[in-house]
Design a protein around this ligand. Sequence first.
Ligand code: SAH
Ligand code: SF4
Length: 350
Amino acid sequence: MTRIDIKSLPDSELTALLKDWNVPAFRAKQIRNWLDNGVSSFAEMNNLPLSLRKQLEEHCRIPSVKILRRLVSAIDETTKYLFELEDGHTVESVLMKYKHGWSQCLSTQVGCRMGCSFCATGIDGLARDLLPSEMIAQIEAAEADRGIRVSSIVLMGMGEPLDNYANVLRFLEMLETEGGVHIGMRHISLSTCGLVNRIYDLAERNLQITLSISLHAPNNELRRRLMPVARKWTVEELLAACKAYTDKTGRRISYEYAMIDGVNDTDACAHELVRRLKGTLCHVNLIPANSVAGKDQKRSSKTRLKAFVDILTAGGLNATVRRTLGSDINASCGQLRRQQEHGVEQIVSE
Ligand code: SAH
Ligand code: SF4
């Protein structure tokens, strides 16, 4: 029998489960408090009757994550975690310090099946989806480890969040409504390679999250070379879905564009991008591409980045080059897992 992941249950389902067991509803609140406090076993729930604790142990489980490795940037306190899940899989997460508080980049899957050519996460394909509880546990583990509160979330770690749609949606709902980690939708960004059908679904939900689209190319020919998902949906279809999202939610779209030397960073690409995006409610985020072991890609030079961003700005687009945080610890996701032995390890837990 598979045990129920109790930490992924919203209050209504937790109460319903206990009702099935003829347990009074106030116990749900007590259990929720324990879960929100990050306990990892039912034995710790010492205000519950022993019989209920035993019943919970028998039928339920509390997924948690363990810090396997932790790298702290000596430059800006950016902290990168390699978390181990209960089945031994590992995922990465990065904590970044901004003026307005701490922001955490979370993983939504172990690996990814989207196979983008420039990305480290996709190399070994998808192992499995993360559960809502495992997304929350990443936040709890980082908060407990550093003694801080995370005030914003970016779903930009390992995995494609819209390929794990139901779990990600449930996770977002839990952040909004439950008592533990509480983060408002306006402080959440979800990054996607562009699963068009899911973007429409998300628009219907009218959550106030920021949608980040990994665009990386201004036309179908180039995008198809970099991202297999572009063979399923064209740039035109993707941009139409983005427009629907903006129309429905009023939220500005953020387009991510990894600048890869000699691949997608020409003046012509910049002009084409302007033609595509001009007049839409958006912001373009240029990311100097990270090199990935086994791939011969290089990031664009500083002068190329500047020339590119200047064309976008002159064309009327709102565009910036992303600040590189944690450059001494190689803080972008998907690489620590693959390069464990090469990291600049400073602190190892346990
Ligand atoms: N799967 C989602 C979210 C995770 S990837 C997505 O693709 O959007 C997070 C971001 O990192 C995406 O914008 C992705 O395109 C980008 N990225 C992946 N590999 C990169 C690399 N080597 N250099 C720079 N950005 C990269
Ligand atoms: Fe998956 Fe995003 Fe990497 Fe593409 S860039 S392989 S969608 S994690």
